[in-house]
Design a protein. Structure first.
Length: 319
């Protein structure tokens, strides 16, 4: 406990030392002509939605297109990093670190972008294999006893694609040097997607009440059932906590929250203490927690499917 307390103390002191600099550097910039940044956000959101919809389409040919779209999104994230982020030299001259933990962010970007590239290439191979299958997917809108329906699947994969996109975007947002011309536009895209994720998660929770979730695989042990249930609750908490803490932190900073062309002004007075507290959650605690929780969720699914031979695990949410 003493080590943990010391680590948090160092983190808070580091954030306090850079908070005044960040506040002074906050500039009022103009949006792009025609609100082009809003169109960029819309393309990302619609691309995720169409990929999720196509992945669960009745036609096998359309499902192949959905897989290709998902692969393209992964490859786009990798291309953005390797050709834009590295090409502009931001990793060599980032914004001054708010805390010592920020020094790990360039490495995290490297790892995440490499993983995105590998995932994209893997999905292209999956699409090639899918192209040889002609089976149709008979799927209703509502959830069934042993698998999710089309509504849950589309919501699940849309949210998943957007979150996977937002993780490296969120890291990059914290290292963009002050005075970068497109810094405001980047935040418009980032915050818009965050608001959409919050909305979709809320819709998913309501839908879960209207259409009961499928039962867990009968082969799961009692402890595995508890772990699976806990992982789901933790994921929902994280998906809501990220946008909420981001909104509160932004408001305390005195900056608006964006949703495409609309701007929501802060609901309370600017506060350095508020930025410090909520920034600790949004920029440090939650990001590292989601690595653990999301990683455990993915590894758990793969374990049950391929090692425990619970063949219905993947088919509950993807076909």
């Amino acid at each position: 406990m003493r080590i943990l307390f010391l680590a948090f103390s160092v983190l808070i002191l580091g954030m306090q030392s850079s908070l005044a600099l960040s506040a002074e550097a906050l500039e009022v910039s103009e949006r792009l002509p025609g609100n082009e940044e809003s169109w960029i956000a819309l393309v990302i959101i619609l691309g995720s939605l169409f990929a999720a919809w196509f992945l669960n389409h009745q036609s096998s040919a359309v499902r192949v297109i959905g897989t290709v779209l998902a692969a393209s999104g992964c490859i786009a994230v990798a291309a953005w990093f390797f050709f834009f982020v590295l090409g502009t030299g931001f990793l060599e001259n980032p914004k001054p670190y708010d805390a010592p933990m920020d020094s790990a962010k360039p490495t995290l970007l490297w790892l995440q972008s490499t993983a995105a590239l590998i995932a994209g290439l893997g999905l292209l191979f999956v699409a090639y294999r899918q192209s040889n299958a002609k089976a149709e997917l008979v799927l209703g809108n509502r959830n069934e006893a042993h698998r999710y329906g089309r509504v849950s699947r589309v919501l699940h994969w849309t949210i998943a694609i957007l979150i996977i996109t937002m993780i490296p975007m969120g890291i990059f947002a914290t290292i963009i040097p002050e005075g970068t011309p497109y810094r405001l536009e980047y935040y418009v895209v980032h915050k818009t997607i965050g608001v959409i994720i919050f909305t979709l998660v809320a819709v998913r929770l309501v839908w879960n009440r209207c259409s009961r979730r499928p039962q867990l695989d009968a082969g799961l042990k009692p402890v595995e059932r508890k772990l699976a249930h806990g992982a789901h609750l933790a994921l929902y908490f994280m998906m809501l906590a990220f946008p909420v803490t981001g909104f509160i932190m932004t408001s305390y900073f005195g900056a608006p929250t964006y949703l495409f062309v609309w701007e929501m002004q802060p609901l309370w007075e600017a506060s350095e203490k508020g930025v410090l507290i909520w920034g600790l959650f949004h920029k440090y605690l939650l990001p590292y927690l989601i690595y653990v929780i999301l990683g455990a969720h993915i590894l758990g699914v793969l374990k049950h499917q391929f090692f425990d031979k619970h063949v219905r695990v993947l088919s509950r949410m993807v076909s």
